[in-house]
Design a protein around this ligand. Structure first.
Ligand SMILES: [Zn+2]
Length: 91
């Protein structure tokens, strides 16, 4: 496995994001996925912070949920997941 670097800062990338655009309410669905952008943990958190401010809440929540699930799987052996600023501590 060849390490890949964060597109934004050059640190070791942990995830990639891409956007899938699909038509709706049309008889034939068209979809297009954009090119993946590689991000490190710091940069994906910054992306999510900005996304929370500028996007509909559903967009942010789905992106945050996806990253949290991936991070929890990655950190399963460490016994902790990912929490974002303002989130409650688990009980
Ligand atoms: Zn980065």
């Amino acid at each position: 496995m060849i390490p890949k670097n964060c597109t934004r800062c050059g640190n070791l990338a942990l995830v990639s994001i891409s956007f899938l655009v699909s038509t709706v309410n049309r008889p034939e669905r068209k979809q297009k996925c954009g090119k993946a952008v590689l991000l490190c943990d710091v940069c994906i958190r910054e992306f999510l912070r900005v996304l929370r401010v500028v996007s509909p809440s559903a967009v942010y929540e789905h992106a945050r949920e996806a990253y949290t699930q991936i991070s929890c799987e990655r950190d399963a052996n460490k016994g902790h997941g990912v929490r974002f600023p303002g989130e409650k501590q688990p009980n």
